[in-house]
Design a protein around this ligand. Structure first.
Ligand SMILES: NC(=O)c1ccc[n+]([C@@H]2O[C@H](COP(=O)([O-])OP(=O)(O)OC[C@H]3O[C@@H](n4cnc5c(N)ncnc54)[C@H](OP(=O)(O)O)[C@@H]3O)[C@@H](O)[C@H]2O)c1
Length: 390
């Protein structure tokens, strides 16, 4: 049992993962002290959270919102900063034990790098960090002795299956619900709206990851994330569609034994496990009732209707900065889709067109990764404007 409370930073505290993490903290006040909360734009929720959880520091990334947050938190003696540089600077705070990286998109990379360089444990929800720069980030974690603990439910499941195991698995089996369009006929895919894509059948998440789930790009991003987190060759990672989302992922060992982690779909479980690891703590999660479940189903992903998964797999094989370019193009395409500028089925085409135009760098360093992200986003926006915008 630990004697000292764990001092944590929640990056992206106003998002879906961030708010659920704060729920876990509220349930276990004896375990955690909040050091830092950050948001991008949502000043009012950040202020509310800061008054409730009393962190030492708060960062609002959008500098236009700084005055509002600083004014509101002045009477509470909470230090307020603006901008991403401030988030990165605060990662080396001596009292900080763990950083929950729950920002969305490429914005998560810089603070994760700063946290790892400061030797902090990182609970990683922000999968885009490893998609864009897994080959650089994981060695950094090793070099600085900073553990990376997965928060994504699939990777948390694998991580949990591996606890206490002495043998490396021969296969990682990632499950996915298949999203809201699992059974949508090909002919109807063109007319899928943003509102329909935002209605996920199993999980309640932020807008970007929900759209990624509907295109199966989320599974592609997770495939890449698994490759780096568990140092597993891509040919030993499998994806299976499991619409009930009860098995969150599996590992197979060389003797044929398959270990799986099961629970009702509830992100609070992997979030809390990452924060309390290696301990488990109580959670008011609906217990599984197997008789009520009756049966579980599995099928292969349909790469024709959902090309994004195949694109991610082939760009992982290509290596270099290709996955970084793909990630940026996907962010641009998802934003355009949410604004009603492009069709659902344009997303994979925009990604492929962008990656083809973006300069390939075989061995990128961090600087090259930041440039690739910027360049690929610009190319994708240009392609959207010239070729796909409606
Ligand atoms: N939600 C889930 O169930 C789930 C499951 C597995 C993995 N993940 C991963 O976890 C990450 C967060 O997902 P989410 O669903 O929680 O996203 P979300 O609800 O959209 O929240 C994102 C958070 O990041 C902040 N943010 C957005 N853009 C930013 C920027 N440019 N700079 C700094 N902060 C920024 C947001 O601040 P504002 O609120 O101020 O905009 C918010 O606090 C994603 O990488 C996602 O793939 C999520």
């Amino acid at each position: 049992m630990e004697e000292r409370k764990r001092h944590i930073a929640i990056l992206g505290s106003t998002g879906s993962i961030g708010t659920q993490a704060l729920d876990a903290v509220a349930q276990h006040r004896d375990l955690f002290e909040i050091e830092l909360l950050t948001a991008n734009n949502n000043a009012s929720l950040l202020i509310e959270q800061a008054i409730r959880f009393k962190p030492n520091n708060v960062v609002i990334c959008n500098p236009d919102k700084y005055a509002e947050v600083a004014e509101a938190l002045k009477p509470h003696y909470i230090k307020v900063f603006a901008g991403m540089e401030s988030v990165c600077d605060l990662m080396s705070c001596e009292s900080l034990d763990m950083v929950l990286a729950a920002m969305v998109g490429f914005s998560g990379l810089k603070p994760v790098v700063a946290a790892l360089k400061a030797g902090k444990a990182v609970a990683l929800a922000n999968k885009e960090t490893l998609v864009a720069a897994g080959a650089l980030v994981m060695p950094l974690a090793q070099e600085y002795g900073a553990p990376v603990i997965p928060v994504d439910s699939e990777h948390s499941a694998i991580f949990q299956c591996l606890q206490g195991e002495y043998s490396r698995p021969v296969k990682l089996i990632l499950t996915g619900s298949g999203g809201p369009f699992l059974n949508t006929p090909s002919a109807e895919m063109d007319s899928i709206t943003a509102a329909a894509a935002l209605k996920h059948p199993r999980w309640n998440m932020g807008a970007k990851v929900t759209v990624d789930s509907s295109t199966l790009m989320n599974k592609g991003l997770e495939f890449i994330e698994a490759r780096w987190l568990f140092d597993m060759a891509p040919e030993n990672i499998e994806v299976v569609i499991h619409p009930e989302s009860i098995i969150h992922s599996m590992v197979r060992f060389e003797d044929g034994c398959v270990m799986a982690q099961l629970s009702n779909p509830d992100m609070r479980l992997p979030i809390q496990y990452a924060l309390t690891y290696p301990l488990r703590r109580s959670l008011d999660c609906k217990p599984l009732d197997f008789a009520e479940l009756g049966s579980l189903h599995f099928q292969k992903p349909d790469l024709e209707r959902f090309p994004c998964l195949g694109i991610a797999q082939s760009l992982l094989a290509k290596g270099g900065n290709a996955c970084c370019a793909m990630n940026a193009a996907n962010e641009a395409a998802v934003a355009a889709f949410l604004q009603g500028k492009i069709r659902f089925t344009d997303i994979p085409n925009i990604i492929s067109d962008t990656v083809e135009k973006c300069q390939f760098i075989e061995k990128p360093d961090f600087e090259a990764i930041y440039c690739t992200n910027f360049e690929a986003f610009r190319i994708a926006e240009e392609i959207i404007g010239n070729k796909y915008a409606r």
